[in-house]
Design a protein around this ligand. Structure first.
Ligand SMILES: *Cc1c(COP(=O)(O)O)cnc(C)c1O
Length: 389
């Protein structure tokens, strides 16, 4: 049997990880550590490869105030989903002209609340929402979200959001009629998207809508390509430059040399690689006898940070300081719910000599972990979170 080996460098630099480990040494598990340096590198990398695109960071991935401050200082805009995220960014002094209310599902009074505080850019995908926007955010810029199928994505966002192009077209005309300012079209190809051609299919639809609207006298000038750029989990992904070059090529293919205003809303890409979730082995049980995988119970599970292991969709790299022989484990969380199993179909190779009390480090946990953590299930508190330089 092969020994336990782990290629840290494919997920995080040794230097960044050493800093995390040093910081983590005195803290009680479980907790998340987010490295600002990594977030900064990700932002700069995206700006370098797509200098024409305006970045609206999707706050829900990791709303740590230090992360938001860092991105704001670098010039980022922000995609917010609720009045609560709105209050958060305004409290940090981020001006409302840097915000986009990207959630298509909103109460009329929440639209009004955002409008009163200066938000003038909204996503929509339904006639009812267009009417609510016209009444509560008159004259605002709106963009219209088209359906995508989410194929190729590890965490698809299909079906629930967006509408068919024919429906969107009617909504564009209605928005104009009601005094809103139809600006453009948006989509989200699904989170952790492996198939880069999904952007091409969506951009083709955007261009069709641009042309159809123009024939009716509505000139659109904004394409919002949402999220979908990947973080580094166990399944390998292409480099950022490969994604950026392909997407840039598709944009020019459909829109020619003069691009419309382009918006991207990275969440997972921006924060994922920056996080390390530190957990402790609570119990190891060889409950099915010799020859079968042992169960490894941790102090973190689906209810305090790792919900994206649902259907084993997201496969986090797990680091242990122990070396030597490896063996298969089934990994589960600490709560009294049988849903709280992280990996069972996907066997996890970890050191055979793991012991209770050992620490494990889940890498690439900077996005969609703390925000998904429940507040009190079985009395377990929400995942603690720290930010370091
Ligand atoms: C969640 C979300 C994003 C971020 O998606 P990632 O795949 O995490 O980058 C972007 N835009 C909208 C509208 C979203 O809901």
């Amino acid at each position: 049997m092969a020994g336990y080996s782990f290629d840290m460098e494919s997920y995080m630099t040794r230097e960044s990880f050493a800093k995390v480990k040093e910081f983590a040494a005195t803290k009680e598990t479980p907790f998340l550590v987010t490295s600002l340096g990594v977030v900064a590198r990700k932002y700069d990398e995206l700006r370098k490869f797509m200098p024409y695109a305006r970045v609206y960071y999707a706050i829900k991935a990791n709303p740590s105030e230090d992360v938001l401050r860092l991105l704001a200082a670098r010039g980022s805009c922000f995609d917010i989903a609720s009045v609560y995220e709105l209050d958060l960014v305004l409290r940090l002094g981020i001006p409302p002209d840097r915000l986009s209310l990207g959630n298509t599902i909103k109460k009329a009074r929440d639209i009004q609340y955002a409008y009163e505080r200066g938000v003038r850019l909204f996503a929509t995908d339904a006639e009812s929402d267009v009417r609510k926007l016209a009444r509560n955010a008159p004259g605002s810029d709106v963009f219209f979200r088209i359906l995508t199928n989410g194929l190729g994505a590890d965490w698809p966002l299909s079906r629930k959001f967006g509408a068919r192009p024919s429906v969107i077209f009617q909504n564009i005309l209605l928005a104009k009629e009601l005094g809103l300012n139809p600006r453009g079209v948006s989509f989200h190809v699904g989170s952790q998207q492996h198939d880069i051609t999904q952007w091409r299919a969506a951009l083709a639809t955007c261009k069709e809508l641009f042309d159809a609207a123009k024939e009716r006298g509505v000139v659109l000038d904004l394409v919002n390509m949402g999220g979908g750029f990947p973080a580094h989990y166990l399944s390998p992904v292409e480099k950022t430059s490969v994604y950026a070059d392909a997407v840039t090529g598709y944009l020019h293919e459909f829109f020619g040399p003069e691009l419309p205003r382009v918006v991207i809303e990275p969440g997972r890409y921006m924060a994922g690689d920056a996080g390390v979730l530190v957990t402790e082995v609570v119990m190891i049980s060889n409950k099915e006898g010799e020859g079968s995988a042992s169960w490894l119970y941790l102090d973190v599970g689906k209810f305090n940070g790792l919900i994206e292991t649902l259907d084993e969709s997201i496969k986090y790299p797990i680091y242990s300081e122990r070396t030597g022989e490896a063996r298969d484990y089934i990994i589960a969380g600490p709560t009294c719910d049988s849903l709280d199993i992280l990996y069972e179909k996907t066997s996890c190779r970890l050191p055979a000599n793991l012991e209770e009390g050992d620490r494990l480090y889940f890498l690439t946990t900077g996005a969609y972990t703390r925000t998904y953590s429940s507040i009190f299930f079985n009395g377990f508190p929400p995942l603690e979170s720290y930010v370091i330089e």
